[in-house]
Design a binder for this molecule. Structure first.
Ligand SMILES: C[S@@+](CC[C@H](N)C(=O)[O-])C[C@H]1O[C@@H](n2cnc3c(N)ncnc32)[C@H](O)[C@@H]1O
Length: 337
């Protein structure tokens, strides 16, 4: 049972956490900027994650801690007027961002973290992410995996080109890899994703890049019917449950997408066709799944070549998985039947 209490500028982070842990919804009545400061202070207090007895145990604790942190922070909520209006002092205009993220029908109360997520996503969507491999910007939508780290895009842009007439991009997200394939000269690229938000986002990006005539985007679970000369997939790279659509781009329960992709691949590759599986080995380093080569072999497929790239981004000191993230290698596995 949750209880609602009204809180304001005088509330300290320590007390806010205590109240939130005691199942209180903290309805913020103070200044919007002070609410942001409160959330930041709560995050700092909640950022420590105890190390486990093994890499897999540290990962399990990390996920537990991040889920619990989101739950606690989501208890700081604000009251909304019709059409996502916020009347707190210094509150920004949230209408457009929330409409794009959550649709037209608004609740009369929302977690502040969700509103901040929508505002952040709207900024990315408007500004876009520059992708050097495309010499263009990709505009991510709310809840869609953004190509902010681009090692994997470079792998796809630089791998030996098999001159495919047809290509498939499985789990297209923003459509960034479909765009790279089309720009490299694939005759036609069919891109699919299980998330409707990703489908809309990829369509919009490919249209903006002038690639609509040579690409199609549709909603599909794993591989669509038919065969292609090149099948590309950058699946979620960590096994585990996903709470949000964005989580579902990173976490995949039981590596369902990875295993399903490999299992179904032989039926979707043309005779001389090639598949490119783009995957980080972080899960292997954490002891969460078997090595990628073993999974490929178990699906009756053979590895033609492997191109590796190291992460270029900095890892946070507070992240208990930092050493594993820093050492992780992303590979493009060239696979044939
Ligand atoms: C790591 S993201 C990659 C996105 C994009 N290809 C890129 O490289 O930026 C994984 C994508 O796979 C999608 N996905 C997850 N499970 C899927 C499934 N069973 N079938 C199709 N797409 C799936 C997610 O929605 C997400 O967009």
């Amino acid at each position: 049972m949750e209880y609602l209490i009204e809180v304001g500028d005088e509330l300290a982070a320590k007390d806010a956490i205590k109240l939130a842990r005691g199942n209180r919804i903290l309805l913020w009545r103070g200044d919007f900027r002070n609410a942001l400061q409160l959330l930041a202070a709560m995050k700092r207090r909640l950022r420590r994650v105890p190390r486990g007895t093994s890499p897999a145990d540290t990962f399990r604790r990390y996920r537990q801690a991040t889920t619990e942190r989101s739950r606690i922070l989501s208890r700081v909520q604000v009251e909304l007027g019709p059409g996502y209006t916020l009347t707190l002092p210094h509150a920004p205009d949230i209408t457009r961002a929330c409409r794009l993220a959550f649709g037209d029908a608004s609740d009369n109360r929302m977690p502040l973290t969700e509103i901040l997520g929508a505002l952040g996503a709207d900024r990315w969507r408007t500004r876009g992410v520059h992708v050097p491999a495309l010499q263009a910007r990709i505009h991510p939508h709310y809840g869609v995996f953004a190509p902010t780290r681009q090692e994997y895009v470079d792998l796809v842009a630089e791998a030996p080109w098999p001159r495919p007439r047809t290509a498939l991009d499985i789990g297209t997200g923003t459509g960034v890899l479909a765009a790279v394939l089309a720009k490299r000269g694939a005759g036609h690229v069919e891109a699919v994703d299980i998330e409707p938000r990703a489908v809309e986002c990829a369509r919009e990006n490919l249209a903006r890049l002038g690639l609509s005539a040579r690409t199609t985007v549709s909603r599909h679970d794993l591989l669509p019917a038919g065969k292609a000369d090149l099948v590309v997939c950058n699946p979620p790279w960590l096994p585990g449950p996903a709470a949000t659509p964005l989580d579902a781009a990173i976490y995949d329960p039981g590596s369902r997408m990875l295993r399903g992709f490999l299992r179904n691949l032989p039926r979707h590759l043309s005779g001389h066709g090639e598949a490119w599986l783009v995957l980080s080995d972080l899960a292997v380093r954490l002891g969460l799944r078997a090595g990628t080569e073993a999974l490929i072999a178990a699906a009756g497929l053979r590895v033609l070549d492997r191109l590796d790239i190291r992460p270029r981004h900095k890892v946070s000191r507070d992240d208990p998985l930092a050493e594993y993230r820093a050492a992780a290698i992303t590979s493009l596995w060239r696979i044939r039947v």
